[in-house]
Write a protein that binds this ligand. Structure first.
Ligand code: ADP
Ligand code: MG
Length: 245
C-alpha cells in the first residue's frame, strides 16, 4: 500500500543543507495502523508529507499501491492528494469563516462534487465524530477537541484509503486526545490505513507497529502487542528476505 525506497530529503537553507531524511526504507501494508515516533526534528513530518504527495524526495521513491509518485503528472498528483490520502494536522487547520459542516464538505467541494453527492457522507461523519448538533457552528465556537474531530471528519469525507495524522493530539488535553485516537482506531477498523505521528509513547503503543526515527533514519521498528512480537520472531527464523514493516 505505502512503500518508501531509499528515500532521502534534504533542504537547502542559505549555505547550509539539512538532511531531513537519510535513506528511509519502509513498507506499510494495507489496513495497518502504524505510529511514527522520534525527537523533534527527526524527520517525522517530512516523512508524512512525502507519503501524502505534499512533497517530493530528493532521491529515492515513494509508491502508493505500487505506483511511484515520481511518475505521476501534476493532475494525477492532485488526485492522489484529494482522493487517496486524508490529512489531520496538530493545528486543526479548519477554515474559520465557514460552518463545521462546510469544513467537513470542503474536500468534496474542491473535487467538484455536487451537494447531493456528499450531503449524506458529511452527515454520517458528523454523527460519527459526535458533532451532528454543532454542524452549523463556526470552528471558533468549538473546543480544541471538537475542532480536531471536525478535522478528522474532513479527512475522511472523500473516503481515502490512507489517513495521515501529524501529532493530532499535540494541542489537546488527555481526554480530548483519547477521543481522537479512538476515532482513528475506528477508522482503521473500517479499513483505512493509518500513519500516526506522535510524541506520546502511550498513544503509539496502540499501533500495530512503531517506527522510530532519529536524525532522518529509522533506528528501530517495534511491535507493541505481545502477539505481534511472537509472530515477528517466528517470521524472522526462516525468512532471510528484507524485513517488511
Ligand atoms: P519532525 O516532524 O520530526 O519534528 P521535520 O520533518 O519537521 O521533523 O524536520 C526534519 C528536519 O528538516 C528539521 O531539521 C527541519 O528543520 C528540517 N526541515 C523540515 N522542513 C523544512 C523546510 N521546508 N525547509 C528547511 N528545512 C526543513
Ligand atoms: Mg513535525
Amino acid at each position: 500500500m505505502i512503500e518508501l525506497r531509499g528515500v532521502h530529503r534534504s533542504f537547502e537553507e542559505d549555505e547550509a543543507r539539512v538532511d531531513a531524511l537519510r535513506g528511509v526504507d519502509l513498507t506499510i501494508e494495507r489496513g495497518a495502523l502504524v505510529a511514527v515516533v522520534g525527537p523533534s526534528g527527526s524527520g517525522k513530518s517530512t516523512l508524512l508529507n512525502l507519503i501524502g504527495a505534499l512533497d517530493q524526495p530528493t532521491s529515492g521513491e515513494v509508491l502508493l499501491s505500487g505506483r511511484s509518485l515520481a511518475r505521476l503528472s501534476r493532475t494525477e498528483l492532485a488526485r492522489v492528494r484529494s482522493t487517496t490520502v486524508g490529512f489531520v494536522f496538530q493545528a486543526f487547520n479548519l477554515v474559520p469563516g465557514i460552518s463545521v459542516a462546510e469544513n467537513v464538505a470542503l474536500p468534496a467541494v474542491l473535487a467538484r462534487q455536487r451537494p447531493s453527492d456528499y450531503r449524506d457522507q458529511v452527515a454520517r461523519l458528523l454523527d460519527l465524530v459526535g458533532l451532528a448538533a454543532k454542524a452549523d457552528r463556526l470552528p471558533g465556537q468549538l473546543s480544541g477537541g471538537e475542532q480536531q474531530r471536525v478535522a478528522v471528519a474532513r479527512a475522511l469525507v472523500m473516503d481515502p484509503p490512507i489517513l495521515l495524522a501529524d501529532e493530532p493530539t499535540g494541542n489537546l488535553d488527555t481526554k480530548a486526545g483519547q477521543t481522537i485516537i479512538e476515532l482513528l482506531e475506528a477508522s482503521n477498523d473500517a479499513g483505512h490505513t493509518i500513519v500516526l505521528v506522535t510524541h506520546d509513547m502511550r498513544l503509539a503503543s496502540r499501533a500495530q507497529r512503531i517506527v522510530h526515527l532519529r536524525d532522518g533514519e529509522i533506528t528501530n521498528v517495534t511491535c507493541p502487542s505481545p502477539r505481534d512480537r511472537r509472530l515477528e520472531e517466528i517470521l524472522e527464523v526462516g525468512d532471510p528476505a528484507p524485513r517488511r514493516y
